[in-house]
Design a protein around this ligand. Structure first.
Ligand code: SAM
Length: 317
């Protein structure tokens, strides 16, 4: 434990020195303006602080930067389209962030799988056998492959993708499979529907990308509608202790070049507390039955690996 702490602090401070020098050096060349200060301060704090402090106290404050600096877009459909359009042959790691290392992406996917498998092993009766699956925010199809595999042996999988180029990539990837359907759709829009209900709704790393609260609530309503009475919902992401009035702080990312010249940031992430999740799921007759947290190593940076499991509250299991 002490050894890990020592390595962690040493690693963080070594990186902080390098990055701060680079950061200040670059800024010095550009000329440090008052508008650049929030960026510099946040970037420096993010480099120096331990991972937990960064995640829970510093990252959320990134929301101040765009507010200080100017306009923000909420056009996340265009954001995702541009994101994938820049990647002609995307792979799993690219769905985490551009330039993600294959080994940390594999670590993340394995950790999420561990969470799902823990729930499945401890509550096998909760899960329908040979389910039909709805996978939301399919990306490059990692979870389609997982559900078609021997653990769940899904009878069919429908993948939903908001980004047209990602949907096109997926259609090509699964063109020989009659048990896979790809829908190009936004789960947060009214009118989303499936012909048949599904036994599992899987939404890994996508629900927190739905920033407007009305859209997020509509996505939950759409999921509730799509779910079979004895089915389960698996949501992967972050479930923080943030009270409902705030509903979670909004985080922003710099707009990819060429997407929009008028605004500099796009709102891409909003974290909701577990309490808020429970409240809105409850309004749709759903209840949380399990919450699995799989810890990441402090030196390996991954998105969170937690899984929230929910089902219809009056389901017979
Ligand atoms: C971080 S990636 C995760 C991809 C995949 N679930 C995985 O774990 O490998 C988020 C994905 O969700 C898609 N997405 C974002 N918002 C969406 C929405 N409202 N409806 C459908 N897909 C969405 C994005 O295009 C992107 O492919």
């Amino acid at each position: 434990m002490m050894k890990h702490l020592y390595i962690h602090i040493k690693y963080q401070s070594e990186h902080a020195n390098i990055s701060c020098q680079q950061c200040f050096g670059k800024r010095a060349a550009e000329g440090i303006t008052p508008m650049a200060l929030p960026d510099i301060l946040t970037r420096t704090l993010r480099q120096i602080a331990p991972r937990k402090a960064k995640k829970h106290y510093i990252d959320p404050w990134r929301f101040l930067i765009p507010l200080v600096k100017g306009q923000v877009s909420t056009d996340y459909q265009r954001f995702w389209q541009k994101y994938y359009a820049d990647l002609p042959s995307p792979s799993d790691k690219d769905t985490i962030k551009p330039g993600e290392e294959p080994q940390s992406a594999a670590y993340h996917y394995t950790a999420v799988k561990l969470s799902i498998l823990q729930s499945l092993n401890l509550n096998p009766d909760l899960y329908p056998k040979r389910p039909s699956v709805l996978d939301i925010g399919t990306g490059t199809g990692h979870w389609i492959d997982f559900y078609l595999g021997e653990v769940f042996n899904a009878s069919r999988v429908t993948g939903v993708e908001i980004a047209p180029s990602a949907a096109e990539f997926l259609r090509e990837k699964y063109s020989s499979r009659s048990d896979v359907t790809i829908m190009e759709a936004d789960i947060s829009k009214p009118g989303f529907s499936l012909e048949d209900k599904v036994g599992i709704v899987n939404a890994i790393g996508v629900m927190f990308h739905i920033v407007p609260d009305e859209g997020w609530k509509r996505a939950i309503a759409n999921i509730a509608n799509a779910l079979d009475y004895n089915g389960v919902i698996l949501v992967g992401g972050q479930f923080r202790r943030i009270p409902p009035p705030l509903g979670g702080l909004v985080q922003f990312e710099k707009i990819p070049p060429g997407m929009n010249d008028e605004v500099k940031y796009v709102a891409t992430k909003r974290l909701r507390s577990l309490g808020y999740w429970k409240k809105i799921l409850g309004e749709h007759g759903l209840e949380v039955v399990d919450m699995i947290k799989t810890k990441a190593h402090p030196l390996i940076s991954t998105p969170e690996n937690n899984i929230l499991v929910a089902r219809h509250s009056r389901s017979k299991f």
